[in-house]
Design a protein around this ligand. Sequence first.
Ligand code: GLC
Ligand code: CA
Length: 512
Amino acid sequence: MPAWLKDAVFYEIYPQSFKDTNGDGIGDIEGIIEKLDYVTSLGCNALWINPCFDSPFKDAGYDVRDYKKVAPRYGTNEDLYRLFAEAHKKGIHVLLDLVPGHTSEEHEWFLESKKADRNQYSDRYVWTGSAFQGIGGHPYIGGEADRDGCYMLNFFKCQPALNYGFLNRTEDWQMAPDEPACIETREAMKDIMRFWLDKGCDGFRVDMADSLVKEDDENKSATGAIWKEVREMLDNDYPEAALISEWSNPLLALKYGFHADFYLDHHGNGYNTLIRDNETPGGDHSFLKKDGNGDIIRFLNDYLPKYDKTSDVGYISFITCNHDTPRPRRTLSYEELKVAYAMFLTLPGVPFIYYGDEIGMRYLEDVHTKEGGYARTGSRTPMQWDNSANKGFSTAPADRLYLPVDPADDAPTVADQEKDPSSLLNTVKALTALRHNEPDLKADAEFEVVYAEKDEFPFVFKRGNLIIGVNPSEKKASATLPRKMEKVFEIGNVHLSDASLIMEPQSFCVLR
Ligand code: GLC
Ligand code: CA
């Protein structure tokens, strides 16, 4: 386990939309380098950069054409190496996004694999035995290649599935995970990881980490075996490298070697009940919504068993949102966001802030899809730095931007919020500073629920010697403390008398 993860607060950067330095309307690596001091000012000490590799960009770069080459629109490999070096000087670790399940349909491996004549890459992807033989239960394409076969897709049409084999085989074209071609696929992935780690990258966020071996068992044991092997490679050769999964099943992901697994926003799960429970009849019952009358028990029922069974092996990562999910500002006000982020930044595990969420950037409901974004596009608009043209994102004409900048008159900006002591941005900074200062707020410090009752507020939990109170509701709420305590941090107004904690509406506190 890389020790730096204990105190890591990640910042996720969608490179397209972060900072454009050459006026072509698209963010670039140089822009990230320019903004490293901003990352530091935010209290973030680690980055996850969405795929920045050569790609036809039919899925925003999750369709990789060359794993070892930076997309020219973002710069050169040298620029990325320089980003690693500059980030390291400032104590910032950098994770790249590894997409192991599929490539772009334009990847050289796939172009070879499609050919009628057998070659080194014929079995790098999943192919059936004839163009008229489809694949039950999986999306596939037929009639597009000279090769007589259909190929499996892993996500969109542009993303053919790499071949890691099938655990349960029912067709003769399905290979076992230990067939040479499948072993070659995973060796190729390890080679890509080594390539970037040798250049100074600090690890990977792994895309669709559970999607490698097909027809795997319930526990994904064959896919898991591959990740165990990867983890072994890291432990032996790159012990400081971090591996974080997009799996949303920490029980499996951490067991198979990931250091952390994201707690994603899946309908009805614990995360969803906290901030986005707006699909239940009768309104939004999110716990972090002031008038949601939400129920913390729904979150705890989902989260606690996961935490309890994994806290000695790895971390669960809370996110403010990511490039696939609506920004939290879609349903939460600034005041609600303060309490929400306070909770995410004081729970155990390694937290992630998605660029722009620190200022409460909006989810833009009506932007047209871009690069396979569809409903996700509204969370991918340019970062709002200041009140200059294009909110300081780019000097390109507005109609040449990657995506439009939030046109709202009151669109938040970093510059405005830096000046306002009570802004969301300054609250985030205070929270990250608190987290770095308090050993009991580190990723692995003890966690225990102190007070959580169905339909009641506040939610009170313990981290080591600290007690944390969360009252997102519009009602005053109180709880009994284990002993007389003093305030270390507060949002809103909180009173202490003897051993009782009285929390005004929309408040949060850390007590010692
Ligand atoms: C992951 C990524 C998403 C991408 C998909 C296919 O879910 O987060 O953006 O479209 O995988 O790679
Ligand atoms: Ca640019």
